[in-house]
Design a protein around this ligand. Structure first.
Ligand SMILES: C[S@@+](CC[C@H](N)C(=O)[O-])C[C@H]1O[C@@H](n2cnc3c(N)ncnc32)[C@H](O)[C@@H]1O
Length: 269
């Protein structure tokens, strides 16, 4: 029995957490960069605040999380409330979230560290990325750095995929089955991927709620990121192919670029 449903933002946000919350392999990396750049942190495209804890653990004095999804920020509030340590930091005024577009966030302070983790893929392409990088650069305090963390070439889908099951999990009483299909197109600035997902939530009584969703993702190549960063008046400080600081090559699962304001550019005064 099918209960065809329109996409439900809160439900999609809960499913997002079900899929992403188990990712912890980057925590030590973000703890370390917060330690290296003591002070305030802006987490651009923070989602449900997955990185808040490692950033605070690393010594961030205050975190401003910006995300375009109010539903994910509601889940960030739930995450904070459920964690006594995060709740104490929040009560002390050390966590602030704001709904906004990373291309034009309504944030006026400057930060020692800016993080854009898993976000560039969701931007429309180079033009949107330059706007986001330019704005992020303007948010840097002198000496501050911006970390752009995206899927590396070793993690890019190698070919189109027909509809197939990605995973099955439990969410409370429900059984969740996620299927997806993708089509990809190589472009000079990286890889464009159209994903269509079908998520079935099966209730104990056999009712199925089906949530269809579509995403257009863009995985920029390292050369595209470096060129866009230069346009945004940012200079490359370091490039890594993993959160363990391995060098970037064709097999790298991540492409992590640490940027700072170019001389005379944003973040330099
Ligand atoms: C893959 S998630 C990463 C979340 C978080 N940074 C993490 O590492 O767990 C991408 C996030 O970027 C947000 N996002 C995408 N485009 C955005 C935009 N233009 N402005 C603000 N947020 C955006 C999405 O809402 C989503 O929360």
């Amino acid at each position: 029995m099918f209960a065809g449903q329109p996409s439900d933002e809160a439900m999609l946000a809960e499913l997002y957490d079900l899929e992403h919350d188990e990712i912890t392999e980057d925590f030590a990396f973000y703890r370390e960069w917060a330690r290296r750049h003591p002070g305030t942190v802006v987490d651009l495209g923070c989602g449900s605040g997955r990185l808040f804890r490692p950033l605070l653990d690393g010594g961030a004095t205050r975190i401003v999380g910006v995300d375009g999804s109010p539903a994910l920020l509601t889940r960030a509030a739930a995450r904070i409330a459920a964690d006594t340590w995060l709740a104490a930091a929040d009560a002390a005024g050390r966590i602030h979230t704001v709904v906004g577009d990373v291309r034009a966030p309504a944030v006026s302070e400057r930060f020692a560290l800016a993080v854009m983790a898993g976000v560039v893929a969701h931007l429309d392409g180079p033009e949107a990325a330059v706007r986001a990088l330019t704005r992020a650069g303007q948010l840097l305090a002198p000496g501050g750095v911006l970390i752009v963390d995206t899927l590396g070439p070793g993690g890019w889908p190698p070919h189109d995929l027909p509809l197939s099951v990605d995973w099955q999990r439990r969410m409370g009483e429900r059984r969740v089955v996620r299927r997806s299909q993708l089509s990809r197109k190589a472009t000079p600035e990286g890889l464009r991927v159209d994903y269509e997902t079908l998520t079935d939530l099966m209730e104990a009584d056999g009712t199925i709620m089906r949530l269809p969703a579509g995403f257009r993702l863009w995985y920029p190549s390292i050369s595209a990121i470096v060129a866009l960063a230069a346009e945004a008046k940012l200079e490359v400080e370091a490039v890594f192919g993993s959160h363990d600081l391995e060098s970037l090559d064709e097999r790298s699962e991540r492409c992590i670029v640490v940027l700072r304001g170019a001389t005379g550019g944003p973040g330099m005064g």
